[in-house]
Design a binder for this molecule. Structure first.
Ligand code: S6P
Ligand code: ZN
Length: 198
């Protein structure tokens, strides 16, 4: 039997927004092509200083460890591209039925949830001490609608897997824009396919 190599206890530093024992990854604006509606504004910001949009501090067990859970602290910076707030790339789980629980730690966010089977969309506002249940078969994306970093812990089955390709080809139907200083959830305009149906 293989002994677990990961510690039983991990601790979130609420001031620095880090997680002990985790592996850090980050996405800059240059990693987020096709995510924001205003591609010209994204490219201009990439040219300027290509900011880090979010970091994930992950503690992941092997996908082959039956029944295991993994978790990650997501830290999404405040900011905008055009009228859209900074957001994560968004994904479906490769094992579609895998659900996830998010626990808000800091900041103000909106989670966009979209069931890939029937297209049903929900936008859930969340913040510190809120728990969001992301059911299986549901694409999820986090949006920072505040002025401070948005931090949350996501807990998911270790064999869930992350599928970004499905989102990259169609994007989420809803997006969150700033109107009159407040976040508003709007439907994405229908895409016009050259020479084809919209
Ligand atoms: C993992 C969980 C989060 C995201 C994080 C970054 O299942 O949902 O830790 O990885 O919010 O988002 P994304 O879409 O780049 O993985
Ligand atoms: Zn997930």
């Amino acid at each position: 039997m293989t002994l677990p190599t990961l510690p039983t206890l991990a601790t979130i530093d609420p001031h620095h927004l880090t997680l002990t024992g985790s592996i850090r990854s980050e996405r800059r604006l240059s990693d987020l092509e096709g995510v924001f509606e205003d591609e010209a504004a994204r490219c201009a910001a990439v040219e300027r200083d290509d900011p880090v949009v979010y970091r994930v501090f992950a503690v992941e067990r092997g996908a082959d460890e039956s029944g295991a859970l993994s978790f990650g602290l997501g830290v999404l910076q405040p900011g905008r591209v055009g009228d859209e707030y900074f957001m994560t790339k968004g994904h479906l789980h490769t094992r579609r039925e895998a659900a996830e629980v998010y626990v808000g730690m800091a900041g103000r966010g909106i989670m966009l949830l979209e069931d890939h089977r029937d297209g049903r969309c929900r936008a859930v506002a969340f913040g510190p001490n809120d728990v969001v249940y992301v059911p299986g078969h549901t694409a999820h994306r986090t949006v920072n609608v505040g002025t401070e970093p948005l931090a949350y812990l996501g807990i998911y089955p270790s064999d869930a897997g992350h599928d970004y390709a499905a989102i990259a080809s169609g994007n989420f139907r809803q997006r969150v824009v700033r109107t009159d200083d407040a976040p508003r959830v709007v439907e994405r305009a229908a895409r016009v396919v050259p020479g084809g149906a919209s």
